[in-house]
Design a protein. Structure first.
Ligand SMILES: Cc1cc2nc3c(=O)[nH]c(=O)nc-3n(C[C@H](O)[C@H](O)[C@H](O)COP(=O)(O)OP(=O)(O)OC[C@H]3O[C@@H](n4cnc5c(N)ncnc54)[C@H](O)[C@@H]3O)c2cc1C
Length: 490
């Protein structure tokens, strides 16, 4: 949690022995974790930097149990922190240190209810691990495009609640674009069944979009109907040494046509990020030993298998990269020759977060600007940050096709977390002011949680904040659902 965040006032009703017995009657002993050691992983965030408390962790097995637990909490004013895989990076799933209520984990609701390959949808419970859902779709010759570094442990309920992005947004949109229907337990315990597998449904307000991206502040997502797509059959993955970030966006702009609209992913990597992963993540290998600060991981995918003798994705990409080299944008490039080479490229990209955790204290900003403004943002943002702390080490990377930069820094060598923290407010202000001056967003995909509570309040208009507060108060009049996250009510 940033040192500067002042804990908001949240409900303080205690879980009395009678309430605890009420919870036990609903979920049984299997659904309760009371001992401190057992609770530890649920009250500590993924980064290990935010630690809270909870009277008890409650793990309902069904929506009916979830509804009864929430109703009991509502009647007694008990605060609830919903949690799925606990991989969120903004502290949204972590209780405040002053939290006296429960953590409600959806992890036991982990069934795939139905896969409809013909209708291209699947209905799933909120506690399903994302990777399991990808594998389930693949086993039906279908593709669930949501894909991110934490996919082995994050859960779909958490993905939807954070409206997660990841590496396929460019083509398929972010998590909310993959959803046709939801089931949600509201803060008073009522169940809203919106599990409709419909692409068209203009029947009043589209409630499902309220809950996606709400980070658990408006209710608990218990099930979802997800869209799925044809499984990619012909894939070309390249690691490209670039002239500069401007070349990256020009390459992407040309790649859409050259690939016949088959660009799946386009990820900007800095040399510093790649080197950090190679230092910390065993088994990773540098795909291309080129001496340049910027690289691109570009992937084209087609659902049509390459037929013998015909031109496939790799052939088209090879020609494209040769043209881009001639245009001076590409300095060098390698196309993966097999799945394991492609996997190595992806492991490097997906391991930046764990590698930076191993590297030491740092600062990270998850921003977005219009795609064409990324080079200007990088240039000005790095200069502004170095002006404040000249020895800070920039480690930028990004989902460049979405205009999303993970604008990250490692602290100067040898500087401890507390000292780096003294520079954090000034760098944060400089970065977020720059983003705002460029009509960008201070949180592209990770949300607000605890970490950006005051930043949201600083940068959003009174009208926007008041509208959000009105929605929050209408749905959660007792402020029990993930209180004090995303939005300060007063
Ligand atoms: C290595 C790594 C890589 C990552 N890469 C990306 C990336 O590329 N793109 C991206 O967007 N994010 C990324 N993240 C962040 C994180 O994985 C995502 O935000 C993910 O969607 C969170 O899912 P989760 O199941 O872990 O949710 P949690 O961390 O458990 O919860 C996240 C938020 O949702 C709420 N919540 C959880 N479940 C529910 C529910 N069922 N109903 C209502 N509210 C709920 C919580 O209260 C919390 O506010 C990454 C994280 C890591 C550690």
């Amino acid at each position: 949690m940033p040192d500067t965040v002042i804990t908001p006032s949240i409900p303080t009703a205690a879980v009395t022995p009678a309430i605890l017995e009420g919870l036990r009657a609903i979920v049984g002993d299997k659904g309760l974790i009371q001992d401190e050691q057992g609770k530890q992983p649920f009250v500590t965030d993924w980064r290990g930097s935010t630690v809270g408390t909870a009277a008890v962790v409650v793990r309902p097995a069904t929506v009916e149990e979830t509804s009864k637990v929430v109703k009991l909490c509502f009647d007694n004013g008990i605060a609830i922190v919903p949690q799925a895989g606990n991989t969120g990076l903004m502290g949204g799933a972590t209780p405040w240190p002053t939290h006296t209520g429960i953590v409600l984990s959806v992890g036991r609701m982990n069934k795939v209810i139905n896969v409809d390959p013909v209708g291209y949808s699947m209905t799933v419970e909120a506690g399903c691990i994302l990777q399991t859902l990808q594998e389930t779709a693949a086993s039906h010759d279908r593709f669930l495009p949501l894909s991110l570094g934490a996919q082995g442990s994050c859960m779909i309920g958490g993905n939807l609640s954070t409206n997660a992005g990841g590496v396929q947004v460019l083509r398929y949109g972010n998590a909310r674009n993959l959803v046709m229907g939801l089931e949600v337990v509201l803060p008073n315990g009522d169940i809203w069944n919106g599990l409709r597998a419909l692409k068209k449904d203009n029947t009043g307000y589209d409630l499902k979009h309220l809950f996606m991206g709400a980070e658990g502040t408006l209710g608990i997502i218990t099930k979802a109907v997800l869209k799925i797509w044809p499984k990619p059959k012909d894939v070309a993955t390249a690691w490209i040494a670039l002239r500069d970030p401007q070349a990256a966006i020009e390459i992407l702009s040309e790649a859409h046509g050259a690939s016949e609209d088959n660009v799946g992913s386009c990820e900007l990597m800095s040399r510093a990020c790649t080197d950090m992963v190679l230092r910390h993540i065993p088994g990773t290998q540098d795909p291309l030993k080129a001496d340049t600060p910027w690289y691109l991981l570009l992937e084209w995918t087609s659902s049509r298998p390459k037929s013998d003798g015909a031109e496939g994705m790799s052939d088209k990409m090879e020609q494209f990269l040769a043209d881009q080299m001639e245009a001076g944008r590409v300095l060098d490039a390698v196309i993966a020759q097999n799945e394991s080479q492609a996997r190595n490229m992806w492991v490097i990209r997906e391991s930046v977060a764990p590698a930076s955790r191993a590297e030491g204290p740092g600062l990270s900003y998850d921003i977005s600007v219009a795609v064409s403004k990324i080079p200007e943002f990088l240039d000005k943002g790095i200069k502004a940050s170095l002006d404040i702390l000249p020895s800070i080490r920039p480690y930028p990377l990004g989902h460049i096709g979405d205009g999303n930069v993970h604008f990250s820094f490692m602290g100067p060598k040898g500087m401890d977390r507390a000292t780096l923290g003294q520079y954090s407010p000034a760098i944060t202000r400089a970065v977020n002011d720059l983003v705002t001056s460029m009509a960008g967003s201070i949180s592209a995909e990770h949300g607000i949680g605890i970490d950006k509570l005051d930043e949201l309040a600083h940068y959003r208009s009174k009208t926007e904040l008041d509208t959000m507060r009105t929605i929050k108060r209408a749905l959660d009049p007792k402020n029990i659902m993930n209180p004090g996250k995303v939005l300060r009510l007063a």
